[in-house]
Design a protein around this ligand. Structure first.
Ligand code: ATP
Ligand code: MG
Length: 644
C-alpha cells in the first residue's frame, strides 16, 4: 500500500485510527478509497483483519469494496469483514438467535411468502380485506419494524383504524413467523437490536469481535441500523463513517439525514474531515452536477473541485421516441466498441424505473451486444406479466392447462382450491379438459353450482377472446388491453395493494407490457398471437444464465440509478431524462422534499461518469401502447441553466 495515493485530508482520515471520525464529502472524492486504505492501515498497525468491520449498502458495493481492498493487503490471506447491514445481521442471528426462541437455522421469507402469511393472519383474526388489505398490512408492519417498534409497542403508536387492526395483526404475524422459524427482511435488523438489548452477554461477545467499525454511504443509514452500529462500538467508539448528504436517496426507506448531520453531536469530540477534490469526473461533468444540486435548499455547502479536465463535452440528445433513443444509444456503443476498441464494460446505461431497460435489452440483443442487467428482476418474470402471458397462452392453446391453472382464479372468481383439486383429479381420471371436468363435477355434486358457473363463464370468455385474436392479429396490443379491462386486472391490483407506491409500480409494469406488444406488432410483418408467444419464448431462452459471470465479463451494464450508487463507469448514458420518469411521476405533484430526493438521484447518476456523459430524452413515449408527447426533465434545464 502506498500512502502517496492519498491527498492530505484523505491521509488524515486514514491515519486516525482511534475514536469517532466523520468524513463528509461530495461524490467521487475518495470516501470509499479512505475506507479501503484505512483497512490496510489498521492491519499494518497490528490490528487483526477479522477485527475490522466495514459495512456498506448493497451486495454489489460490498463486493466492489472487497475487490478494491484486496490489492492493498498484499499476499495476506486473512480477510477483513466487509458486509452489508443485512448480511452482518444474518451472521449475528445465525450464531445467537436461539436466545430469542428462534431456531439457528431460521429461514428468510421472500415477498410472496410474506403476502400469504399476511393473508392468513388477517383471516385468523377475522379482519376482512375491506378493512385492511394484506399488502397494506405488510407496509404498516415494515414501517414499524424500520422504526424499531415491536408488536408489544405498536399499540402505543397507532394513529388510525387501519393501524389499529395492523397492530393486532402484527402480533399474530410475528408469532406465526416465529412458530415456523422464519424471519422477514426487516426482522433481520429488528431482531438484532432486540437481541442486543435483551442479552447483554451476547452484545458483549459481538462488541469484542470488532475493534474498529467503518460505514460507507452513511447518509442512507436509518435509525435501526444506526442503533446496531452504536451498540457494537459503544465501548471504544472507534467508528469511521463516510457519506454525502447530496446522495441521500432512500428517504422512503427511513434513512434519516439527521444521523449524518447529528454525528458529531452524538459522538462528542468526533473528528470531521472534508474532502474537496473529485478524482472521478471531468470538470465538465462536475460543473453540471454542481449546478444541478445547487437547486436543493437543505444541504451542506460543500466545495467540489474537479481533478481532471475534459476532452469531450457533456451531450444532450433529443430523440423522437423511445425506440430511436434505444437505437441511438446502442448504435453509438457498438460504433465506439468496433471502431475505437473501447471495451463494452466501460459503458453503463442508467435509468430511473424498472420498466425502462426492456427496450434497451431487446435492442442490445438484436445487435448481439453482450450486456448485463444488474439488480433487477427480469421483465417477463414479474407476476403481472406472467399472469397476462398465461391468459394469452390459453387463448392460443386451449389445452395449456398449466397456464390455465395459474390464472383460473386470478383475479379471484370464487374458484377455491378445494374445487380446483376435484376438477383436476376428474380431468386426469377421465382424460377430459378441465372445462368438461367442471361440468361433470357439478352434475355429480362434487363442487358447488356457483363454482361451476364461474368456470363456464371463463370458458366462454376464452372462446370469444380466441375469435377476436384470430380475426385481428395486428391488434394484439389493443386486444390484450381490452382483455385486461374485462378481467378487471387493475382493480385486482388495487384490491391487493392499497399502498400507492406498489400500485403505481405494478400498473407501470402493465403499461410497459402493452407497449412491448405494440412494438412487436409494429416491427413484425406477420404478427399473430402464436408468433408473438414464440418470439417471447425465444427471447427468454437467450437470457443470460449467469449474471455474476457477466458482471465481470466485457458487457454493457444496465442498472437503475439506485443501484448505481457508489459505482463508477468511464462512459455513462443517462436515458429517459423526462418529466414523469426523472423526476418520477409519483413525485411530480409532491412536495419540494420529494423533488429534492429525485434531484439527488439525478446527481448520483451524473457523478457516476468518469470520461463521458450523455443525457438522452425522447419527445414521445408510449403510454398504454399509444405514443404520447413527453416533456424534457426539469433537471435538464437546471443543469444547462448556466452554460448556455
Ligand atoms: P461516491 O460518493 O460516488 O461513493 P467516493 O467519494 O466514494 O464516491 P471513490 O469511489 O472512493 O469516491 O473514488 C472515486 C475515484 O477517484 C476512484 O476511481 C478512486 O480510485 C479515485 N481516487 C480517490 N482518491 C484518489 C487520489 N487521492 N488520487 C487519485 N485517485 C483517487
Ligand atoms: Mg463511495
Amino acid at each position: 500500500m502506498d500512502l502517496s495515493h492519498l491527498n492530505p485530508s484523505q491521509l488524515e482520515a486514514v491515519k486516525t485510527l482511534k475514536g469517532p471520525v466523520l468524513v463528509l464529502a461530495g461524490a467521487g472524492t475518495g470516501k470509499t478509497r479512505v475506507i479501503t486504505y484505512r483497512i490496510a492501515q489498521l492491519i499494518r498497525s497490528g490490528v487483526a483483519p477479522e477485527k475490522i468491520l466495514s459495512v456498506t449498502f448493497t451486495n454489489k458495493a460490498a463486493k466492489e469494496m472487497l475487490q478494491r481492498t484486496k490489492p492493498l493487503l498484499g499476499k495476506s490471506k486473512e480477510r477483513p469483514w466487509i458486509s452489508t447491514f443485512h448480511s452482518l445481521c444474518v451472521d449475528i442471528l445465525r450464531s445467537d438467535i436461539e436466545a430469542l426462541g428462534y431456531p439457528a437455522k431460521f429461514s428468510i421469507l421472500d415477498r410472496g411468502d410474506q403476502e400469504s402469511m399476511a393473508r392468513k393472519v388477517l383471516r385468523n383474526i377475522r379482519v376482512t380485506e375491506k378493512s385492511l388489505r394484506p399488502g397494506d398490512l405488510l407496509s404498516i408492519i415494515s414501517r414499524w419494524k424500520t422504526n424499531g417498534i415491536s408488536p408489544e409497542r405498536a399499540g402505543e403508536v397507532v394513529e388510525d383504524d387501519q393501524e389499529y387492526l395492523g397492530s393486532l395483526a402484527y402480533r399474530r404475524y410475528q408469532q406465526n413467523l416465529k412458530a415456523q422459524g422464519s424471519v422477514d427482511f426487516d426482522d433481520l435488523l429488528l431482531l438484532t437490536v432486540k437481541l442486543f438489548q435483551s442479552h447483554p452477554e451476547i452484545l458483549d461477545k459481538h462488541q469484542k469481535r470488532f475493534s474498529h467499525v467503518q460505514i460507507d454511504e452513511y447518509q442512507d443509514t436509518n435509525g435501526i441500523q444506526f442503533r446496531i452500529v452504536e451498540a457494537l462500538v459503544r465501548n471504544h467508539n472507534n467508528l469511521l463513517v463516510v457519506g454525502d448528504d447530496d446522495q441521500s436517496i432512500y428517504g422512503w426507506r427511513g434513512a434519516e439525514l439527521k444521523h449524518i448531520l447529528g454525528f458529531s453531536q452524538y459522538f462528542e469530540g468526533a473528528k470531521v474531515i472534508r474532502l474537496e477534490e473529485n478524482y472521478r469526473c471531468t470538470d465538465r461533468i462536475l460543473d453540471l452536477a454542481n449546478r444541478l444540486v445547487k437547486h436543493n435548499r437543505e444541504r451542506h455547502q460543500k466545495v467540489l473541485r474537479a481533478n481532471k479536465t475534459a476532452r469531450e463535452e457533456v451531450r444532450f440528445l433529443d430523440l423522437p421516441d423511445e425506440q430511436s433513443e434505444a437505437e441511438r444509444v446502442v448504435h453509438e456503443i457498438r460504433h465506439l466498441h468496433e471502431s475505437r476498441r473501447i471495451p463494452l464494460k466501460d459503458f453503463a446505461i442508467l435509468f430511473r424505473t424498472n420498466e425502462q431497460p426492456r427496450i434497451f435489452e431487446s435492442e442490445l440483443r438484436r445487435r448481439q451486444i453482450p450486456y448485463v442487467l444488474m439488480g433487477s428482476q427480469s421483465f417477463y418474470d414479474r407476476k403481472e406479466i406472467r399472469d397476462l402471458l398465461s391468459y394469452l397462452k390459453v387463448i392460443a392453446r386451449e389445452d395449456d392447462e398449466q397456464s390455465l391453472l395459474r390464472i383460473i382464479n386470478t383475479p379471484a372468481r370464487g374458484i377455491g382450491t378445494g374445487s380446483l383439486e376435484k376438477m383436476m383429479s376428474r380431468a386426469v381420471r377421465q382424460g377430459v379438459p378441465i372445462w368438461d371436468a367442471a361440468t361433470q363435477c357439478v352434475n355429480e355434486g362434487e363442487i358447488p353450482i356457483k363454482t361451476g358457473d364461474a368456470v363456464n363463464r371463463l370458458h366462454s370468455q376464452f372462446k370469444s377472446w380466441r375469435v377476436a385474436f384470430q380475426n385481428s392479429p395486428r391488434e394484439l396490443d389493443t386486444l390484450t388491453q381490452k382483455l385486461m379491462n374485462e378481467i378487471r386486472y387493475e382493480s385486482e391490483i388495487e384490491r391487493q395493494y392499497k399502498d400507492e407506491q406498489q400500485q403505481v409500480t405494478r400498473k407501470a409494469v402493465l403499461e410497459e407490457y402493452i407497449n412491448s406488444i405494440a412494438e412487436y406488432v409494429s416491427r413484425s410483418s406477420s404478427a399473430s398471437l402464436e408468433d408473438y408467444l414464440d418470439s417471447i419464448a425465444l427471447e427468454r431462452r437467450d437470457e443470460e444464465p449467469d449474471k455474476e459471470a457477466m458482471a465481470n465479463a466485457d458487457a454493457v451494464k444496465l442498472m437503475t440509478l439506485h443501484s448505481a450508487k457508489g459505482l463508477e463507469f468511464p462512459r455513462v448514458y443517462m436515458v429517459g431524462m423526462e418529466e414523469g420518469l426523472l423526476p418520477h411521476k409519483r413525485t411530480i405533484d409532491g412536495t419540494e422534499a420529494e423533488i429534492a430526493e429525485e434531484r439527488r438521484l439525478a446527481y448520483v447518476g451524473v457523478t457516476r461518469a468518469q470520461e463521458t456523459l450523455t443525457l438522452t430524452r425522447a419527445a414521445s413515449r408510449r403510454k398504454w401502447g399509444k405514443p404520447r408527447p413527453s416533456l424534457p426533465s426539469r433537471f435538464l434545464f437546471e443543469m444547462r441553466a448556466k452554460s448556455e
